[in-house]
Write a protein that binds this ligand. Structure first.
Ligand code: SF4
Ligand code: MG
Length: 285
């Protein structure tokens, strides 16, 4: 069985020292090893942005896609080879701005894959502009007098779109993040894990200290009596905490994944090589 070190390759990440993305990479590698995967059983599909580089830093199948399009590619990979564990990854600009249409429909489609958003509340690769996740009043070179747009709440949107797995974590909490990625991989259906990942170079507001002071962690006292199968309670918790709740927020274990609902295309009892799909059937997918 592969160890997490076997999910490393010899490519040195060029993220800035201290960037939260390093820990997310480590958490993916640890989670993949912990669930018993071999590198050739994993595909990491990423979009564009600092975060998008992650697919090149993990020893697995990977594709560094185009801006906002990690999810269509990842869904195609999973439907073409359902034996693969598929992780899609990208930043908040990638997934919640240009890619938001794909994000909402991937959530409601519920293909069995894990989507990890590396949320730094800014555009890092293009040197620090306001993203849909930047706070009102947030000053950057694109909003010199402070952002006047409201902040997008991806967790509320995910729940409204029919998500079956919604979680949030903080890059510094490697233990929680690794456990959530493992749970996301094991979940049947689409799992969204939004991860606060500080951009130490351009975001001087949402820093490591800021998150430590403001996060409400369901793995602590805040989670006592919390039931992640209760969708209304999940929405309430997200709104009460101003979107700063971390942990497993919502999981629906009853709804089947997209691929398990397609007639004649069910996963159970079929090894991948046994599945014969005609061109006509494939065109219907
Ligand atoms: Fe990370 Fe920000 Fe540097 Fe990009 S610019 S690598 S997000 S710290
Ligand atoms: Mg970003």
């Amino acid at each position: 069985m592969a160890t997490f070190k076997e999910f490393r390759n010899n490519v040195k990440p060029n993220w800035c020292p201290g960037c939260g993305d390093f820990s997310i990479q480590a958490a993916i590698q640890r989670a993949a090893a912990n669930v018993g995967l071999e590198p050739e059983q994993l595909a990491v599909i990423s979009g564009i942005g600092c975060s998008g580089r992650i697919s090149g830093y993990i020893n697995a199948y990977g594709l560094h896609g185009i801006h906002g399009r990690a999810l269509p590619i990842a869904q195609g990979v999973k439907l073409a080879n359902r034996e693969l564990t598929v992780i899609a990854s990208g930043g908040d600009g990638d997934g919640f701005a240009i890619g938001m249409g794909h994000t909402v429909h991937a959530i409601r489609r519920n293909v069995n894959l894990t989507y990890i958003v590396m949320d730094n509340q800014i555009y890092g690769l293009t040197k620090g502009q306001t993203s849909p996740r930047s706070a009102e009043g947030f000053k950057t070179k694109s909003t010199p007098e402070g952002s006047i747009e409201s902040v997008l709440s991806p967790l509320e949107i995910a729940l409204s779109a029919g998500a079956t797995f919604v979680a949030q974590s903080f890059s510094s909490d490697l233990k929680q993040l690794t456990a959530l990625i493992e749970a996301g991989i094991k979940h049947e259906g689409f799992s969204l894990i939004n991860v606060f990942s500080p951009c130490v170079t351009f975001n001087k507001v949402n820093t490591y200290d800021w998150f430590k002071e403001n996060i409400v962690n369901l793995d602590g006292e805040a989670g006592e009596g919390y039931d992640p199968s209760n969708r209304l309670a999940a929405m309430t918790k997200i709104m009460e905490t101003n979107g700063l709740v971390t942990g497993l927020i919502y999981q629906d274990t009853k709804r089947r994944s997209y691929e398990n609902l397609i007639t004649g295309f069910k996963q159970e009892g079929l090894a991948n090589q046994d599945i014969k799909i005609s061109r006509e059937d494939f065109a219907k997918l």
